[in-house]
Design a protein around this ligand. Structure first.
Ligand code: LMR
Length: 335
């Protein structure tokens, strides 16, 4: 009887010691933040994710570990939002074209020829209307933490695109965005939705004939090797919203969350300052490679593209909200 009891006590003791050890281990185990994205590391978003990892692990040693997964290596752009909601990834930064199922107003960023330059984009994002969009998906468990720039998009194809009629009948890859589909329909081209990871092959095999991307995405995915011409059209925007799972974010210890937000704000400044330079570097690398001709549009030619594509605004005004479009336009005037 006594022997049994001693054994039972020993067993209970060892169980509770193991339990304590486990509890101690999990109390000190770092919080793992997976940051997945679809682009290469030598792009604005790729660089931003790496800088976030470096600063977070430097300033929160042992408390936070950041794992960065570039190039759709963890989730492609069709799956990353779902994965965020399931808690399989904690940070993603989809392009603003990929939010239409979550917040229609974010479609404003896809309207062709809306912003005159990146300074206007910046003003709109920092203004109340832009900041409101960051918070517009919390009921869906998505918190917007920051806007990161990539830049303005350029058209590419295997022929010179100087006027809208040159695009007629061509198949263009588009992101999963109804606005971008309509934009190409407006010039009587055929839009094809395709995930980013498939674009190079799509262009190479002729599934699509053309695309629209900032220079950094064209160069880092080698798209210029399968496109003979790029038109410097600057006709639309490709920027990102860095988002997290609201429940995850609010569940972080307050000091950790505050520090991570401070770090993210610092990274945002750096990404947004360097995005233009990275795109310019990519443009120069494409020129040096000599496989692709880069065409500039005359003011008149650019006017024709604008005229052809701008009717898309009216189609989406109801979904986006006239006030949001007005606020974005006002940013061109420095407001
Ligand atoms: C695209 O699909 O073209 C972009 O969203 C890729 C990216 O994240 O820059």
């Amino acid at each position: 009887m006594f022997k049994l009891t001693a054994k039972a006590i020993a067993c209970a003791l060892s169980l509770s010691i193991a339990g304590l050890a486990h509890a101690a281990e999990s109390a000190t185990a770092p919080i793992v933040i997976k940051f997945a994205h679809v682009v290469a590391e030598n792009t604005p978003k790729g660089q931003g994710a790496l800088m976030f990892k470096q600063l977070a692990e430097e300033r929160l040693p042992g408390q936070v570990r950041v794992e960065v997964y570039p190039n759709s290596s963890l989730f492609g752009d069709g799956k990353e939002m779902e994965a965020l909601l399931l808690g399989d990834v904690q940070l993603i930064a989809p392009s603003l074209a990929k939010f239409e199922h979550y917040a229609k107003a974010i479609q404003v960023f896809d309207l062709p020829f809306l912003f005159d330059d990146m300074a206007a984009v910046d003003r709109f994002q920092q203004a109340e209307a832009g900041q409101k969009l960051l918070r517009s998906m919390e009921d869906k468990n998505i918190t917007g933490l920051a806007y990161w720039h990539n830049g303005l998009k350029q058209l590419s194809a295997n022929k010179p695109l100087l006027e809208p009629k040159d695009a007629r009948g061509l198949k263009f890859r588009v992101q999963a965005s109804a606005v971008l589909e309509e934009q190409f329909k407006a010039v009587r081209a055929n839009p094809r939705k395709m995930s980013f990871a498939e674009v190079y092959q799509g262009l190479q095999t002729g599934v699509v004939n053309g695309a629209e991307n900032p220079y950094s995405n064209i160069y880092s995915q080698k798209m210029h090797e399968v496109q003979s011409h790029i038109t410097e059209s600057n006709h639309g925007l490709l920027d990102y919203m860095v988002i997290t799972n609201t429940k995850f974010w609010n569940g972080l210890p307050t000091d950790v969350r505050t520090e991570l937000k401070t770090i993210l704000d610092e990274v945002t400044v750096s990404v947004n300052q360097q995005a233009d330079a990275l795109n310019e570097e990519a443009k120069q690398a494409i020129l040096a490679d000599g496989k692709t001709e880069i065409l500039n549009l005359s003011a008149e030619q650019r006017g024709l593209w604008r005229e052809a594509m701008q009717p898309v605004w009216r189609k989406f005004e109801g979904e986006i909200g006239a006030d949001v479009i007005k606020a974005a336009e006002a940013a061109n005037q420095g407001n």
